[in-house]
Design a protein around this ligand. Structure first.
Ligand SMILES: Cc1cc2nc3c(=O)[nH]c(=O)nc-3n(C[C@H](O)[C@H](O)[C@H](O)COP(=O)(O)OP(=O)(O)OC[C@H]3O[C@@H](n4cnc5c(N)ncnc54)[C@H](O)[C@@H]3O)c2cc1C
Length: 362
């Protein structure tokens, strides 16, 4: 492979604190992928298959978003549609659990000997096509520098929750992520939202002894709620086991109450915890900081749909970020194919890589 010289410490932008810097012998790569989600992994695998040296950097663990999903989550997708790198994914039941998916993606990472730097946060991307510089910080605030010929951004959307913008939203009792039911036994819990996450959290909490109220601005649960979850939540609501307020909004959250605006007027609820499950969005500022332009309405990164190269030559976008704010358009099922599109463009641009990589890589 082309050995690129690690960049000198002084070349890092001055905006970052420079207390420590670590240049590693493997800090130069053909393709640097930001994000070790299913898409980022697929991009690195396909780049490697095309003969390029690929490095993935993630601020969390491997498939960090999936790791942070509700502990007992079951995917709506059948396993074969979550496969990457043509590695078969078989599961004990029709739909994979979160645990099975975590195991699968670990196995895939091992199988392809993916180079992954976990717990390093990509902060800046500078330079130009063929000569990019990437700076990260790790868990100990140490700074690391990398150089890459091409960059793939596959940063997902699960890190930034959509805010509702109401008084009390910042209280400690308000969460934008649901993990597990036990801590909420025998408490009054309000769920905001009407899609899958809200429906599943409401049911899980109710089944584990919480008193659950759901509030949704729509007139009913969203049509995309999983087909096996929808009748369950609707029947619990019909039976009065879970209270629901449709065509309603939360107006204010207080220490021990929540105030709703409903069609029949204001409703004040006794409340201990709130799960505001109103969706997530990509880190637009991070994309802009790399020079990527976003469409004005849906914040879609400007890119060539044929190969996903953005308006910045040499920087590609992949996975759910390609859909901007329309995060329900791209998921693992279809985002996993972005790797092949990008890899074939890389081959066109860079010529063939080393077909034996990484087996003969040193
Ligand atoms: C509860 C839930 C259930 C779902 N179920 C399904 C399903 O059944 N089927 C399906 O196809 N899809 C499903 N999805 C959607 C799917 O999980 C996402 O669309 C998918 O994870 C997107 O993949 P990605 O690789 O683009 O992003 P992600 O998986 O989100 O990966 C992005 C990665 O980038 C990292 N990152 C972000 N910024 C930086 C940075 N600056 N530096 C370093 N690392 C960074 C993050 O830590 C993360 O690991 C579900 C989503 C949710 C929330």
């Amino acid at each position: 492979m082309r050995p690129l010289t690690p960049l000198p410490v002084e070349s890092t932008p001055e905006t970052l604190p420079r207390t420590q810097a670590h240049a590693r012998p493997d800090s130069s790569t053909d393709v640097l992928v930001v994000g070790a989600g299913p898409t980022g992994m697929a991009c690195a695998i396909e780049a490697q298959k095309a003969g390029f040296k690929a490095l993935i950097i993630d601020k969390g663990c491997l498939v960090n978003s999936i790791y942070h999903y509700p502990i007992n989550m079951v995917f709506f997708t059948t396993p074969e549609l979550l496969e990457i790198g043509d590695v078969p994914f078989t599961t004990s039941l029709a739909k994979p659990t979160r645990l099975e998916a975590l195991e699968y993606y670990r196995r895939v990472a091992e199988h392809f000997h993916l180079h992954i730097r976990q717990y390093e946060w990509v902060k800046t991307i500078t330079g130009e096509d063929g000569k990019f510089r990437v700076t990260t910080t790790d868990r100990h605030d140490a700074i690391h520098d990398y150089s890459a010929r091409k960059i793939v951004l596959a940063t997902g959307y699960y890190d930034l929750a959509n805010q509702i913008g109401i008084p009390g939203e910042n209280l400690d009792k308000v969460f934008h992520y649901y993990r597990e039911p036990h801590p909420y036994f025998d408490t009054d819990v309000l769920i905001i939202g009407g899609k899958n996450s809200a429906a599943e959290a409401a049911l899980d909490l109710w089944r584990h002894g919480a008193r659950v109220t759901l509030v949704h601005r729509g007139s009913q649960m969203h049509q995309h709620v999983k087909y096996w979850v929808r009748p369950d939540i609707e029947n619990r609501i019909k039976a009065g086991e879970i209270s629901a307020h449709f065509n309603s909004r939360v107006q204010e959250i207080g220490a021990d109450f929540a105030l709703l605006q409903t069609p029949s007027g204001p409703v004040r609820l006794k409340n201990d915890f709130v799960f505001a499950l109103t969706g997530y969005h990509p880190d637009y500022d991070f994309l802009r900081s790399a020079g990527i332009e976003l469409s004005s309405e849906q914040m879609r990164p400007v890119c060539d749909p044929e190969n996903l190269e953005s308006n910045v030559p040499g920087i590609y976008v992949a996975g759910v970020i390609v859909a901007g704010s329309r995060t329900n358009e791209i998921f693992i099922e279809n985002g996993r194919f972005h790797g092949k599109l990008i890899a074939s463009h890389l081959s066109e641009k860079l010529g063939g890589g080393n077909p034996n990589f990484p087996l003969d890589a040193t």
